[in-house]
Write a protein that binds this ligand. Structure first.
Ligand code: F6P
Length: 341
C-alpha cells in the first residue's frame, strides 16, 4: 500500500506531529510506503511530491508549521482539477490519501471521496470551529499564546491607565477569544457569534476606571457591532462580510478613546498565534489523530475523519465535519459573564 499525505489551509501547530505519527505507524506496523504531496491540494493537482518516510519525520514532533507546506488551493475551482488529481494519484501508485486540514481542505476531501478517491481526513484548525470533534489540535497552542499576551498586557495597561484591546484570530467563531479571555482575566470578550454593543462596552470601561482598574478587551477578528448601534469608520470588509483582518480591534480602541476620553491601544496578535512549537496537549492530540487516521486507512474505512469525543478518538463521516461550523453557544458566552451584545 502506498499512502499520500498532504496538509492544507492555514498552518497550525501540531501538523508535523500528525505526519510523524501517520508515517511511523504506517511503516512500522503495516509496512506501508508514503509519498508527500506539497502545499495542500496543489500537490496532487500539479503533481508536486516529496519523499516521505522515517528519515523525513525524525525530529519534527515539536516543530511548528508543516514539513509538507500548505496552500488554500481548491481543485474544484480548477477546470479538470478532479481528473488531474485522479491521474496523478494513479501515476504515483498512491492507493489512499490522508488529508490534514480544516473546513476547506476537508470539504474537498469530502467531495473527492464521493468521487471514489480513497481518503481519510484529520481535522486541523487553531479556530476550533470544525464540527464532529470536541477539539482540534493547534487551538490549545493559540489559546496559550494569546493568554500569555493578555497577562503581559494587563501590567502595561495598569502602568499607563490605558484601555488595551487585544485582537485574536477567529473569523467565524470566538473560541480563541473566549478561552484566552477567560484564562487571562479579560474584562470584555467580543465574539463573531454575538454582535457587540459599543455603548455597553463604554459603560463597563468607565466603571472599571472608577475603581482604578485598566480594562483589557479581547476581540475576535470576526466580531461585528450590533446593527444600528455604531457605525464602523473603516468600511472595508473581507469576502465574509467582516471587518478586514486586523481592523476591528483598532476601530474599537479608537472609538473607546473618543467616547471615554481615556487612552487606548490595540494589539493584533495575528499569526504569532499559529507559529512555533505546539503545546503538550496539541502534540498529544495530533499524535493520537495520526495514529487513528492510518488505522482507518488500514481498515479501508475511507470517507471518514478522526475526531475527539471526550477522551476517545472516534471516526466520523467527513461530511459531518464540514456540514456546519461549531460556534460558541449563547450559554457558554453567558457563563463567561462578559456579555456586551
Ligand atoms: O482558519 C485559521 C486562521 O488562522 C483564521 O483564524 C484566520 O482568520 C485565517 O486563518 C488567516 O488566514 P491567512 O493565514 O491566510 O492570513
Amino acid at each position: 500500500m502506498r499512502v499520500g499525505v498532504l496538509t492544507g489551509g492555514g498552518d497550525c501547530p501540531g501538523l508535523n506531529a500528525v505526519i510523524r505519527a501517520v508515517v511511523r505507524k504506517g511503516v512500522g506496523e503495516y509496512g506501508y510506503e508514503f509519498l508527500g504531496f506539497r502545499d495542500g491540494w496543489k500537490g496532487p493537482l500539479e503533481n508536486v511530491t516529496c519523499e516521505l518516510g522515517i528519515p523525513q519525520v525524525r525530529g519534527i514532533l515539536p516543530r511548528g508549521g508543516t514539513i509538507l507546506g500548505s496552500s488554500r488551493t481548491n481543485p474544484f475551482k480548477v477546470e479538470g482539477g478532479v481528473e488531474r488529481i485522479k491521474e496523478n494519484l494513479a501515476s504515483n501508485g498512491v492507493d489512499a490519501l490522508v488529508a490534514i486540514g480544516g473546513e476547506d481542505t476537508l470539504g474537498v476531501a469530502t467531495k473527492l471521496s464521493e468521487l471514489d478517491v480513497k481518503v481519510v481526513g484529520v481535522p486541523k484548525t487553531i479556530d476550533n470551529d470544525l464540527g464532529a470533534t470536541d477539539f482540534t489540535f493547534g487551538f490549545d497552542t493559540a489559546v496559550n499564546i494569546a493568554t500569555e499576551a493578555i497577562d503581559r498586557l494587563h501590567t502595561t495597561a495598569e502602568s499607563h491607565h490605558r484601555i488595551v484591546v487585544v485582537e485574536v484570530m477567529g473569523r467565524h467563531a470566538g473560541w480563541i477569544a473566549l478561552h484566552s479571555g477567560l484564562a487571562g482575566g479579560a474584562n470584555v470578550i467580543l465574539i463573531p457569534e454575538v454582535p457587540f454593543d459599543i455603548e455597553k462596552i463604554v459603560e463597563h470601561v468607565e466603571s472599571r476606571f472608577r475603581t482604578n482598574y485598566s480594562p483589557i478587551i479581547v476581540v475576535a477578528e470576526g466580531a461585528t457591532p450590533k446593527e444600528g448601534t455604531y457605525a464602523l469608520h473603516n468600511e472595508e470588509l473581507d469576502s465574509f462580510g467582516h471587518v478586514r483582518l486586523g481592523g476591528v480591534g483598532d476601530m474599537i480602541a479608537q472609538e473607546l478613546e473618543k467616547r471615554t476620553g481615556k487612552e487606548a491601544r490595540a494589539v493584533v496578535l495575528g499569526h504569532t498565534q499559529r507559529g512555533g512549537t505546539p503545546t503538550a496537549f496539541d502534540r498529544w492530540l495530533a499524535t493520537r489523530f495520526g495514529l487513528h487516521a492510518i488505522e482507518a486507512v488500514h481498515d479501508g474505512d475511507f470517507g471518514q475523519m478522526v475526531a475527539l469525543r471526550g477522551t476517545d478518538i472516534v471516526r466520523a463521516p467527513l461530511a459531518e465535519a464540514t456540514r456546519e461550523l461549531k460556534v460558541v453557544t449563547p450559554e457558554l458566552y453567558a457563563e463567561a459573564g462578559v456579555l456586551f451584545g
